[in-house]
Design a protein around this ligand. Structure first.
Ligand SMILES: [Zn+2]
Length: 482
């Protein structure tokens, strides 16, 4: 039987192989499917071996159960992906001369000018969605089975990881959803008028607005070069940014979304993106470089589980911290990027609108998922609960829509980690401004503070910053036209 140190070492090696192959796949490079599969199998065996003997370190224990649950879920996930393309299709509407399917739905919505047509496709898909239930249910049962084996549940595991009690998390999410509601609805009406020349309606989903509302930002950000800008601010803070490798080549099979891979922490950290539009590229690059500085700040002599196993809300703390410079920081936008004040205001308003949308939508998604496991909801009850939550937080949406979402049927928990991170960042920024001044990103001492926090990785002090949502709500409900 292996010692805990040997298991840790083996874990780190397999982690690097899996990460490297996923990197190749995402970057559109040739990748070795067999190497990936072999490493994943070995990883499963390693987690079984660890769990048969140890319950500490806790992060390794939780991550091992999660890994087994992912393995158990995989065949169901592949089956769901296949069936979804067949079942969710609308023969009456076409995209590039083929029927619109689940896969082309977002692109179809982004280019379809007639709202009535978007509504017809939405209604058709929601009517078909119940046919996905058997596949989603089998997958969730498989996940639940793994957690049962270890006398825990996805919710218990998640709460322990993020250091929340069940009641605290419910309260946190409810406060964000309820607190965002009124301002969200007013703002949604304004942008609906601009984009579709009509009122905000149930079929105008989060992804439709995300594809439309940022378009004017491209004019504001035209001519701003993302990499030199992010390098400038982060190196002034004292980070060795050149240690973060960048892949920005355009390849046909490269994912349009940006990513950061920590293949070996801290020595091999890679940001992957391709240019899409000036606005979204700048925001993504700042976000991913936040993950990048988090990665290169790891301490080589720390044990692998501390360096590699990090709660999502902690990873997102560093990415959202750098992202908010270009989405929400008036001084950074007008002084560092030298944008006119009205452009800066427009950028902040549009980002706040999407942050509000994110609050109401994620609050409904997360609360439904927590209830699914905690209360043991059936699938019809889950859909009804989700519908009720959307009515409470923003606008009533037919309940089965959640089955069509790209994340909710694919994961046990719809992690509210982004929301936790967003609230944490607002408190962290307040602290940075108080200690190092309003232009804290010009101060190497602020950089040293951030770097020290980043170095804690899997042992981040979860209680150091307040998670009271109010100051976050105050920030995102502050729109110039209301
Ligand atoms: Zn991120």
């Amino acid at each position: 039987m292996s010692s805990i140190e040997q298991i840790g070492k083996e874990y780190e090696n397999l982690y690097a192989i899996i990460g490297e192959e996923f990197f190749n796949q995402t970057a559109g490079l040739p990748f070795d499917a067999e190497r990936l599969q072999q490493a994943s199998q070995k990883m499963t065996q390693l987690c079984e071996q660890f769990l048969s003997k140890y319950t500490e370190p806790r992060q390794m224990y939780r991550a091992s159960i999660e890994a087994l649950a992912r393995t158990a879920f995989l065949p169901h996930r592949l089956k769901l992906n296949d069936e979804r393309l067949k079942l969710i299709a609308d023969p009456h509407h076409t995209f590039k001369e083929n029927p619109v399917t689940w896969a082309s739905w977002r692109q179809f919505n982004a280019i379809t000018k007639d709202a009535k047509i978007r509504k017809a496709v939405f209604d058709h898909f929601v009517n078909q969605a119940a046919q996905l239930v058997p596949f989603v249910k089998n997958g969730f049962d498989a996940i639940g089975g793994v957690y049962n084996r270890f006398e825990t549940s996805p919710v218990t595991n998640y709460l322990e990881k993020e250091a929340f009690s069940y009641e605290e998390l419910i309260q946190f999410l409810s406060k964000l959803g309820d607190g965002a509601r009124a301002t969200f609805l007013k703002t949604a009406d304004r942008y609906s008028k601009e984009i579709k020349n009509g009122p905000f309606e149930y079929y105008d989903d989060f992804y439709f607005f995300r594809s439309q509302v940022f378009r004017p930002l491209d004019d504001h950000f035209k001519g701003i070069d993302s990499i030199p800008e992010v390098h400038k601010v982060l190196s002034k803070l004292g980070f060795a940014v050149n240690q973060i490798k960048v892949d920005n080549k355009d390849r046909p099979k490269k994912s349009p979304s940006a990513f950061c891979f920590g293949i070996r922490i801290p020595q091999d950290v890679r940001v992957v993106y391709k240019f899409t539009s000036p606005g979204s590229t700048l925001t993504s690059v700042f976000h991913e470089f936040g993950h990048g500085i988090h990665g290169i700040s790891g301490i080589p002599t720390d044990p692998p589980w501390k360096r590699l196993i990090v709660p999502n809300s902690v990873s997102e703390t560093f990415s959202i911290l750098t992202e908010t410079l270009v989405t929400s920081n008036q001084l950074f936008l007008t002084e560092d990027l030298r944008l006119p004040p009205d452009a800066a205001q427009d950028i902040m308003d549009r980002n706040n609108f999407m942050y509000l949308f994110f609050c109401v939508f994620y609050a409904a998604n997360s609360l439904m998922k927590l209830a699914y496991w905690k209360e043991g909801l059936t699938f019809p009850q889950a859909s009804q609960r989700w519908q009720d939550l959307t009515r409470r937080f923003y606008i009533e949406i037919p309940g089965d829509y959640w089955l069509l979402h790209h994340v909710m049927p694919q994961y046990a928990i719809y992690a509210p980690s982004y929301m936790i991170a967003s609230v944490r960042v607002t408190h962290l920024v307040k602290h940075l401004a108080k200690e190092f001044g309003d232009r804290w990103w010009h101060e190497p001492k602020a950089g040293a503070y951030i770097s020290e926090l980043a170095a804690t990785r899997g042992e981040f002090p979860m209680k150091k910053f307040s998670l009271n949502p109010q100051i976050y709500l105050d920030r995102i409900t502050n729109l110039s036209f209301l």
